[in-house]
Design a protein around this ligand. Structure first.
Ligand code: NAD
Length: 492
């Protein structure tokens, strides 16, 4: 795909046919015929249409997943692993196209070399290593063991901020374990998941193993979460929707994994390399325009270096370039008009709450096409009180709140003082302090002197507290999509 084709809203038809989603190996329109338009949020360009699926489409997809289940579950793990490796090879072949399609859909500049194929290969390596154990018994003639079995049909609901990585993070271990999948991508960025499903098909993964139903959350999403024949559910998105999904799952007692939001702290101590910290903090809150669940959106800094750090952050923020997905910039637009309004409202709220606006603000940034894109400037607040809403609530935009603290004890209290617990970063040269903080902070990941551990391909990801429960990825990614059965045999 050339840039000109991309800009014209063209996705090669062998990668995706506008207006279709994938049910039982067929690329079909919604049963109702309804469609949703997909636009580039940085240019307003029309990219494609996707079906506006409803409960009827979800039912068809669940049936397709049920039909595919017996033979997929009984396919040898070695063959399932091989098919996922084939998928990795296809994803690698089309890495540039997939990245460009996601860039256009989300509005972000390229994230550099794609990690998707590597993630698939990593998961494939786990598939033929799913073991049970033999169990001690009281009777010598009795043999007992555990076996790991797939759940059955897995429902997956994704958000819009990084749909391609999340698609492979969830789908690969689910099918690797022998489950079949019905997935609903977000209506704001459904294209990369549909293309990845197409590549899985090309790789030889059988029809019905991966089904993708596009549509809006309150129709296709709620139908999937409430479907009585979904055997296991994975939801990634906001807390509000997570609660609705959990309620729907409760009605059917469907096991559920929730990956929700965050308000991740960046703890900076006076002995830190401040330039290194600033680079990490700025990258952490501007990547994907702050629309990252683990974005470090609160800086908790020792009072003695507060002013120095704020000065350096202000300089770095002012140097952030903003623009379209195809420009060599640091930061793209926000993903939607709704998201722009939300972020601007939080910036106005921060000012009204009495925080000091250092850089940025709610006004449209200069030098970008605000008429066609949802742009916002990176915004820095200092003198933030931990109780302010901009310090407590997930903004999901490039807005950073700096909170001064007296010492390590207060830093830990402030870091733990929100309902979230997804990730945290510590900036210090003192290894003892780094370890104390890493132990005391309630978060699913704690990083020391780095905010982007992208090199850790197998890091389990998930939240403490209201950031969710369960983990995605990691060495147990495939095991997490299995359930344990005990089998005993009296051979006497
Ligand atoms: P969202 O909750 O609005 O939507 C997520 C998905 O749920 C979408 O596919 C949507 O269509 C669907 N949905 C909406 N209403 C539904 C309903 N009633 N029933 C079932 N499904 C429904 O979230 P979003 O705005 O797309 O994404 C942003 C949020 O996702 C942020 O809070 C962010 O922190 C979170 N997130 C978390 C992680 C993580 O791994 N912890 C990763 C990325 C994003």
């Amino acid at each position: 795909m050339t840039l000109a084709e991309a800009q014209a809203g063209f996705i090669p038809s062998h990668l995706y046919q506008s207006g279709t989603h994938l049910i039982g190996g067929h690329w079909t329109p919604a049963r109702s015929g309804a469609l949703l338009d997909v636009h580039n949020p940085g240019t307003s360009e029309w990219l494609a249409q996707v079906p506006a699926g409803s409960a009827e489409d979800v039912e068809a997809a669940v049936r397709a997943a049920e039909s595919a289940l017996p033979s997929w579950r009984d396919t040898s793990p070695g063959v399932r692993a091989e098919l996922i490796r084939n998928w990795a090879a296809k994803v690698d072949e089309y890495a540039a196209e997939v990245d460009l399609i996601e860039s256009m859909d989300v509005g972000r500049p390229s994230w550099g070399p794609s990690q998707l194929a590597g993630i698939l290969t990593y998961v494939a390596g786990q598939v033929d290593k799913v073991n049970g154990v033999s169990l001690p018994t009281h009777a010598p003639a009795t043999l007992a063991m555990t076996v790991r079995e797939p759940y059955g049909v897995v429902g997956i609901i994704l958000p819009w901020n990084a749909p391609a990585p999340m698609f492979v993070h969830e789908v690969a271990p689910a099918i690797g374990a022998g489950n079949t999948v019905v997935l609903k991508p977000a209506e704001d960025a459904p294209l990369a998941p549909l293309v990845l499903a197409r590549l899985a098909e090309e790789a030889g993964i059988p029809a019905g193993v991966i089904n993708v139903v596009s549509g809006i959350g309150t129709e296709a999403g709620s139908a999937l979460a409430a479907h009585p024949r979904i055997d296991r559910m994975t939801f990634t998105g906001s807390q509000t929707t997570g609660r609705a999904v959990m309620k729907a799952c409760a009605a059917n007692l469907t096991p559920l994994q929730l990956e929700l939001g965050g308000k991740s702290p960046q703890l900076v101590f006076s002995d830190a390399d401040l330039d290194q910290a600033v680079a990490g903090i700025v990258a952490g809150i501007t990547l994907n325009t702050g629309q990252i669940c683990a974005a470090g959106s609160r800086v908790v800094v020792e009072q003695s270096v507060h002013d120095q750090l704020v000065g350096k952050l202000a300089t770095a923020f002012a140097a952030i370039t903003i623009g379209r997905y195809d420009e060599p910039v640091h930061m793209g637009p926000l993903a939607s008009a709704r998201q722009l309004e939300r972020v601007r409202d939080y910036i106005k709220l921060g000012i009204a709450e009495g925080a000091r606006l250092v850089v940025g603000g709610a006004h449209p940034p200069v030098g970008v096409d605000n008429e066609h894109g949802y742009f916002v400037a990176p915004t820095l607040f200092a003198q933030v009180d931990p109780s302010m809403r901009i310090a407590q609530e997930e903004i999901f935009g490039p807005v950073l709140a700096v909170i001064a603290v007296a010492d390590e004890a207060e830093a830990i209290a402030v870091a733990n003082g929100t309902e979230y617990g997804l990730a945290a970063c510590v900036w210090t040269r003192d290894i003892g302090r780094a370890l104390r903080i890493a132990t005391a902070v309630q978060a699913g990941q704690v990083h020391v002197n780095t905010s982007f551990p992208f090199g850790i391909i197998g890091a389990p990801f998930g939240g403490y507290k209201s950031s969710g429960f369960g983990r995605t990825m990691g060495a147990d990614a495939v095991l997490d999509y299995t359930q344990i059965k005990v089998i005993s045999i009296d051979a006497s």
